[in-house]
Ligand binder design. Structure first.
Ligand SMILES: *Cc1c(COP(=O)(O)O)cnc(C)c1O
Ligand code: SF4
Length: 355
């Protein structure tokens, strides 16, 4: 099917929107619940940026607002780690993390269309030194000389805030490396600035298959006509779309919200991939949920919504331990030649242990 989403000059549209982003408290409209002195203090350390599309979306919903508006607890709480995943120590060159044998995380942009307050790279997103021309060159050189790398994950910041030309050039360079089999892009833009997904951008992507995109939605209210259109366009370009959701206290930490989100993601052709326990990032402890909450939500999803809508619940361990899937317990006991299993309704069954 032809993509029927033509705009006069899409590049101008998304760049215009970004240029009109809110960055200081005095640019916020006069609304209940904003404490300007607090916001000013926080943004000295952790920048704020909310583009007009996302601002319109969140202004009526306090739960969405918490993702974007700074909170004084970001600088008052001392819990957590500055670099919870130990990315800096696992970086052979700046901006590239090599934790698993066959894949790397390669940061190619330091900017995002909205700075999520719970971001696990809070220490550096929005700072110009996060990604430089030089760090990208060094990253490419590292991937080229490291023959075990099969899978390159482009991340940031948000890779899709780069210009079409810049992305095309980086994708071409990665793709030209013989041992790289697939490229993945991690981007929140389909959710936070869907206008960025243009036919021109998709034409570039189509040259670089096999390409996968993992996006990031946290709440069903983020699924709008605009974000749905962006995801459908990506899917129409032949790009499998996944979603990495973060479990966030007071935003989506209940079964009703998460199951609605997962179902609605499937309807816009996005496959839920990971549900993350929020990382132990310094300045984000007000978003943390008890681990039992995530397990309870997973138990509520399994069996009750389509299996393809059930993500894996994972903890990304501090100290570079990697991602660990955490599952509700379905095996109750093994007794002799019988295994006792619990189904999604909590009913116990016996099944033979075949030896
Ligand atoms: C999450 C992550 C990956 C990718 O993990 P998958 O489970 O393959 O999606 C790769 N490298 C780093 C450093 C990561 O944090
Ligand atoms: S879009 Fe991703 S990288 Fe950017 S602030 Fe949000 S969580 Fe962090």
């Amino acid at each position: 099917m032809e993509i029927i989403f033509k705009r006069k000059d899409p590049a101008v549209l998304w760049e215009d929107l970004l240029a009109k982003s809110i960055k200081r408290s005095d640019e916020l409209p006069n609304m209940e619940g904003f404490n300007s002195p607090d916001i000013d203090q926080v943004v000295k350390i952790y920048p704020m940026l909310i583009n007009p599309y996302y601002f319109n979306l969140i202004r009526s919903d306090n739960r969405l607002m918490k993702q974007a508006i700074p909170d004084i607890r970001e600088i008052e709480s001392h819990k957590g780690y500055i670099d919870p995943l130990d990315e800096e120590n696992l970086s052979p060159v700046p901006g590239l993390t090599h934790k698993y044998p066959d894949r790397v995380l390669f940061l190619i942009s330091g900017r995002c269309a909205m700075y999520c307050r719970f971001c696990n790279r809070k220490r550096k997103v929005g700072h110009p030194s996060m990604v430089t021309e030089e760090s990208i060159k060094e990253g490419l050189r590292y991937i080229e000389k490291t023959k075990t790398i099969r899978d390159v994950l482009l991340s940031g910041g948000d890779p899709l805030l780069l210009s079409d030309e810049r992305l095309d050039s980086i994708l071409s360079k990665v793709k030209a490396i013989d041992h790289v089999e697939i490229i993945r892009i991690g981007s929140r833009v389909p959710c936070t600035l869907p206008q960025r997904i243009t036919p021109e951008l998709l034409n570039i992507f189509k040259k670089h298959h096999p390409l996968y995109i993992n996006t990031h939605f946290n709440h069903p209210a983020e699924i709008t006509p605009e974000s749905s259109m962006a995801c459908k366009m990506i899917a129409d370009a032949g790009i499998p779309l996944g979603c990495q959701t973060v479990l966030l206290k007071g935003i989506n930490d209940d079964i009703v919200t998460i199951s609605e989100l997962m179902r609605r993601l499937l309807a816009i052709r996005v496959k839920p991939y990971y549900l993350f326990q929020a990382d132990l990032v310094k300045g984000t402890s007000h978003f943390w949920t008890p681990l039992t909450k995530g397990i309870e939500i997973m138990a509520g999803l399994q069996g009750n919504i389509s299996g393809i809508g059930v993500p894996r619940f994972v903890i990304d361990l501090p100290y570079g331990g990697g991602k660990i899937p955490v599952l509700p317990e379905y095996v109750k006991a093994i007794k002799g030649d019988q295994i006792i299993l619990r189904n999604y309704q909590g009913i116990e069954f016996r099944y033979p242990v075949i030896s």
